[in-house]
Design a binder for this molecule. Sequence first.
Ligand code: FUB
Length: 414
Amino acid sequence: MALLHPRNPFITSIYTADPSAHTWDGETVYVYASHDIDPARGCDLMDRYHIFSSKDMVNWVDEGEILSSDDVKWGRTEGGFMWAPDCIYKDGTYYFYYPHPSETRWNDTWKIGVATSKYPNKDFTDQGYIEGLGGFALIDPCVFLDDDGQAYIYVGGGGKYLGAKLCPDMMTLETEAVQMEGLHDFHEATWVFKRNGVYYLSYSDNQQPENNMRIATSDSPLGPWTHRGAYMTPVGCETTHGSVMEFKGQWYQFYHNQAVSGHGTMRSICVDKIFFDDDGNILPMKQTTNGLFSYEIPNNAIAYGVDKFELYGGAYLEDGKVKGLDAEGSGFKLAGIEGKGDLRATIWVKYATQERLAKIRLNVNGRDESYINALATDDITRLTVKLKPGTNNEVTFAGGKGDIYITEVLVSYL
Ligand code: FUB
């Protein structure tokens, strides 16, 4: 997988927030996001949900608008307020859940609407809202389908965080929605997933001026939950909201920030890899600004980030590969690499080349580490190097011999 081009935010065409990411077939990722309208008036004007899809987490397709407040007959006449949605697939139907107020007095009248389709990415029709679920500040629906086919719905806001079983029609509550136990400093943005038989619930907290993302676990989908702490620091935006999913064996955190607009209610969706330790704890997540760094953890190593990526000379990006590295004075630089005390750092380079004995010079903090060879039997070559403590380490690749295309670079620690 080629990851070498700016990736976060990965949708920049329109402002998007609150990404709910799913794969229904293991081959395509669908992100059901809310849509910040430019210019924004707080979150009041949010409307017109779009879906985004990808087969490789790098190239994204805008599948278009699937639902707007105009389509919601029971909604407030003024429209807007189409906030964080979710979607679930069951028995041939895609159910799209979204919070929307039914009256002008919007914050007292939230309801959870349901639209359905036979397709994951189009033709959604509103079916009304879930009776018995809603009211003051009750937003951010999340629906979780357990392995036994039982579906659960979660909503939260305004000091409440409720969970309930859904009936097979996916629109009726089978059990009353009750407050879940064990969450610490809950604010909003509930997301539930299961990994190795453990239920995880992520949510944003009330830290000011910006929220952390916290995680809790349970052996039951409705808790009680055990709070495991904050794993994602604020995103540089007044809201924190995200989803966690596994795709092709790798776990990902989707979230939003305001990197494009600089404005807290004109947000843009992002994705980064996340990892778990042997006890099932999520490791602190690192938000990246480019897709260069891949959080793969070889064996027992711990992977950390690369913050900056810069091409120079005749080096250029094409099809997710850095090319032109054999031109005089061409190369690329990685900066912001963290030195971890006594831990040794290994630079992993994934490459493609048609040429025998292709190679490229590696330079670490101004020290020539000589050529690293692209002649391993697989397509990865690596070198363990010394880094300085702190995050001001720089690595450059330059002086390529032969047609060597770099597709991925990562740093791990031994
Ligand atoms: O996007 C509108 C609201 O902001 C969401 O429903 C909250 O979770 C926060 O992200």
